[in-house]
Structures are given as C-alpha cells and as structure tokens.
Write a protein that binds this ligand. Structure first.
Ligand code: HEM
Length: 128
C-alpha cells in the first residue's frame, strides 16, 4: 500500500463530511430564500471542498487500480449529485422545486456513501 493512501483517504472523507454539511445549509437557505446564500465564503468554500473531495477520490482510485465498477458508479453519481445540487441551490425556479431537488441530491449522496462503504454499485441494497 502507498504511504499516502490513508492520509488522502482521511482528507477525502473529511471533504465528504464538509460537503454534505455545506450542501444542507445552503439548500436550507435556498428554500427559505435567505440572503446568507450570497455571502462570499458561502459561494466559494463549497467549490474548494468539492474539488478536494474529487481530487482525493481520483488519487485514491488511481492508487487502487482502475477496474473497479463501484468507482465508476461513484464518479457518475457524483456528477448527478452536482447537477441536481445546482437545481437545489440556484437553478430551481421555486422554493418547492429547489426543496425537492435538495432531497433527491441528499438521497444520491446517501447512496454514494453506501457504495463507498460496501464497495459495491448496489450500495446499501447489496446488504439485503
Ligand atoms: C459525493 C461523492 C463521494 C462520497 C460521498 C464518497 C464517500 C466516501 C467514503 C465515506 C469513503 C470511505 C470508505 C471507507 O471508510 O471504507 C470513501 C473512500 C473512497 N472513495 Fe469516495 N466518495 C465520493 C466520491 C468519490 C469519487 C468521485 C471517487 C473516485 C474518483 C472516490 C473514490 C474513493 C476511493 C478510491 C476510496 C477508498 C476506498 C477504501 O480504501 O476503502 N470517491 N469515499
């Protein structure tokens, strides 16, 4: 195993935790139409955290080798999480639509965590 595997994995999981916290807070402010959403750090920090999450994930994936179907599943679902997430935070026209998108994004996130822990594309369902 590479020397840096565990520190990078730790950084990845830390970024994962920060990412969902920042997302839930921003989605709440988006649904309630709060002006706090426009704060400079609120607009910038999530991009930094999500970049760290993705870069660390890609480095870990490169270290353990490419042919892991569950890693591809994570990448595809990360793109879905980001896409649905932008509807929740800004692209959704009404608070109701943004709230629905936020719930879907959180469900996708929970599915990805299941994929990470089970190392199976079926996520939590692989435990049934
Ligand atoms: C929202 C997106 C993501 C979430 C929620 C997430 C979550 C997690 C979690 C919780 C772990 C720790 C698993 C454990 O302790 O056994 C982990 C590990 C890992 N993640 Fe992610 N991840 C995400 C995105 C990605 C992406 C995009 C990639 C690849 C490009 C990736 C690759 C990996 C790898 C290779 C590991 C290490 C597996 C291990 O050694 O146990 N992750 N991820």
């Amino acid at each position: 195993m590479y020397d840096y595997y565990f520190p990078i994995k730790h950084l990845h999981v830390t970024a994962v935790t920060l990412s969902i916290i920042l997302f839930v807070v921003r989605a709440y402010w988006s649904v309630t139409e709060s002006a706090l959403l426009q704060l400079r750090w609120v607009r910038i920090l999530p991009h930094i955290v999500d970049s760290v999450l993705l870069v660390c994930g890609v480095i870990l994936a490169a270290m353990i080798g490419p042919n892991q179907p569950w890693i591809l599943t994570k990448i595809v679902l990360l793109i879905a999480y980001i896409g649905v997430g932008t509807i929740a935070i800004k692209r959704g026209k009404t608070p109701h639509k943004r709230g629905q998108a936020a719930l879907i994004a959180i469900a996708i996130f929970a599915y990805i965590v299941g994929v990470a822990l089970t190392k199976d594309s079926a996520s939590w369902f692989s435990m049934l």
